[in-house]
Design a protein around this ligand. Structure first.
Ligand code: ADP
Ligand code: ASP
Ligand code: MG
Length: 406
C-alpha cells in the first residue's frame, strides 16, 4: 500500500468525459489498495475567463476580491470529481482550501503555502475515503481566500504530498512527461525518463510551464518524489530525481523560452559611478523585477547604453519611474521593446564542459539570429532575441545540442 497525491491539470478535467476518465484513474489506485489525495485545477480556460471578468468589472485591482473570483473554478472541479468518484462506488469528498485548511501568506494572487493541516484527511484515509482537494487556493491569516499564482495547483499538489508524507506526487497533464523542449513548438523534442530537480527548477523558471517553479522548489526542499505523466494515455512519465540518480548527464538537457520579459534601453546615459545603483535601486524600490542587464562600453568615456529586461507586465511601471530620473541620468532616450524572447539552454553537464555557450552562439549566428543580451549561471545560458525568432531559435538549439528525437 502506498499513499499517493494525484494532480489533474485544467485540460485533464476540461470536460465531463475527462472528469470521468480522471475518476477512473483514481479508482484504479484505490482498488490497488492505495490511500489517495487528489488535487485538481479548474476546467481548462476557466481561470482565464474569471480573470477577464475581474478586469471587465474593475480597474481598481483589489487582489483579495480577485482571489475570491479566480479561485472559484477549482470549487466546481472538486465537487464534480467527488461526484464522479461516488458514481464509481468510491467514497470521496471535496475539500476547499479553507476547509483543510491550507494556510498561506496574505500576499493575494501570489500567496505562499505556510502549513497544511491534514490530520482529518489522514484519518479519513483509514475509512477508505479519497480526499479531493482544490488546487491553487488557500486561506490567509486574515481568513480571506488566497491564490498561489497561475499554475499554482502544481504547488498545491506538492505541498499536500509533503504534508501527507506521500510516497509519490503524480502530476497528470496533457503531455506524457517532461520533454527536452516544449513539444508544441519543437516537434522533434524527446521525452526524458528522468530529470534532476535542479534542471527542472531552471527550466520552469525560464519558461517551461509544465510545472510551476515554486512546486519544483518545494519538491526539492521536502524531497517529494515527483512524476509528470499523461492523463490520457497509460504511459510511464518523467521522474524528477536527485543528481546521483542519473548516471550520465547530458551537457544540455533542455531548451526553453519565455515571452514574459521586455527590454528597456537607456540610450547614452552618463558613464559615471552611481548610475547603475540609481537606476536599479529605484526600480527595486518600485517592486519592478529586473532580470538581464548589459552595459555597453562607452566610446568617449562619456555616454553609454544601458539595457535590461523587466517583466512584460511591469514595463509601464518601470517607464514611469525612469521618466522621473531622466534629468539625473542625463540620457538621450528611454526606449522600451516588448517584442523580445528569452531563450535558454539548461543542463547539469555544463558544469564540466567548456564551450557550451560558444556552440549556442555559433548555432544562432548560422541562422542569422542576433543576440541582444546574454546571461549565464552554473547550469544555464540565456539569450535575449527578437521575438520573431522564437521557434527557429528553440529548434536550432535543440538540434545543435543533439536533442532531436531519432
Ligand atoms: P496543466 O493544465 O495540466 O497544468 P499546463 O498547460 O500548465 O498543464 O502544462 C503543460 C504544458 O506545458 C504542455 O501542454 C506543454 O505545451 C508545456 N510545456 C512547456 N515546456 C515543456 C516541456 N519541456 N515538457 C513538457 N511540456 C512542456
Ligand atoms: N487554475 C489555475 C490556473 O489556471 C491553477 C492551475 O491550473 O494550476 O492558473
Ligand atoms: Mg499547469
Amino acid at each position: 500500500m502506498a499513499r499517493l497525491v494525484m494532480k489533474f491539470g485544467g485540460t485533464s478535467v476540461g470536460s465531463v468525459e475527462r472528469i470521468k476518465s480522471a475518476a477512473r484513474k483514481v479508482k484504479r489506485e484505490v482498488d490497488a489498495g492505495n490511500e489517495v489525495a487528489v488535487v485538481v485545477s479548474a476546467m481548462s480556460g476557466e481561470t482565464n475567463r474569471l480573470v477577464d471578468l475581474v478586469s471587465a468589472v474593475s480597474n481598481i485591482h483589489d487582489a483579495r476580491e480577485y482571489d475570491v473570483v479566480v479561485s472559484s473554478g477549482e470549487q466546481v472541479t472538486v465537487g464534480l470529481l467527488s461526484l464522479a468518484l461516488q458514481e464509481l462506488g468510491i467514497s470521496a469528498r471535496s475539500w476547499l482550501g479553507w476547509q483543510v485548511p491550507v494556510k498561506t501568506s496574505n500576499v493575494h494572487s501570489a500567496a505562499r503555502i505556510e502549513e497544511i493541516q491534514c490530520a482529518e484527511i489522514i484519518s479519513r484515509f483509514r475509512e477508505n475515503q479519497v480526499a479531493v482537494c482544490a488546487g491553487f487556493q488557500g486561506i490567509g491569516s486574515d481568513k480571506r481566500i488566497t491564490t498561489l499564482g497561475r499554475g499554482g495547483s502544481d504547488t498545491s499538489a506538492v505541498a499536500f504530498a509533503a504534508a501527507l508524507e506521500a510516497d509519490r506526487c503524480d502530476i497528470y497533464t496533457d503531455v506524457d512527461g517532461i520533454y527536452t523542449a516544449d513539444p508544441r513548438i519543437a516537434t522533434k523534442a524527446s521525452k526524458l525518463d528522468k530529470i534532476t530537480y535542479e534542471e527542472m527548477l531552471e527550466l520552469a523558471s525560464l519558461g517551461a510551464k509544465v510545472l510551476q517553479t515554486r512546486s519544483v522548489e518545494m519538491a526539492m526542499k521536502y524531497r517529494v518524489k515527483l512524476q509528470v505523466l499523461s492523463s490520457f494515455e497509460d504511459l510511464p512519465g518523467t521522474l524528477v530525481v536527485d543528481e546521483e540518480d542519473i548516471v550520465e548527464h547530458q551537457v544540455v538537457s533542455g531548451v526553453t523560452y519565455t515571452r514574459d520579459e521586455a527590454k528597456i534601453t537607456l540610450q547614452q546615459v552618463a558613464d559615471k559611478p552611481g548610475i547603475a545603483a540609481l537606476v536599479f535601486g529605484t526600480l527595486a524600490d518600485a517592486h519592478v523585477n529586473v532580470d538581464m542587464i548589459v552595459q555597453n562600453v562607452s566610446e568617449n568615456g562619456k555616454a553609454t547604453d544601458l539595457t535590461f529586461t523587466v517583466g512584460r507586465k511591469q514595463v509601464d511601471q518601470a517607464l514611469n519611474v525612469l521618466e522621473k530620473l531622466k534629468d539625473k541620468l542625463d540620457c538621450k532616450a528611454i526606449v522600451p521593446d516588448p517584442n523580445v524572447v528569452k531563450v535558454s539552454i539548461v543542463g547539469m553537464g555544463m558544469r564540466s564542459h567548456a564551450g557550451v555557450a560558444q556552440t549556442m552562439f555559433s548555432a544562432l549566428a548560422e541562422k542569422g539570429i542576433n543576440i541582444q543580451v546574454i546571461s549565464t549561471s552554473e547550469i544555464k545560458v540565456s539569450v535575449l532575441l527578437a521575438e520573431e525568432y522564437t521557434e527557429l531559435a528553440v529548434r536550432t538549439l535543440h538540434t545543435a545540442f543533439g536533442l532531436d528525437a531519432t
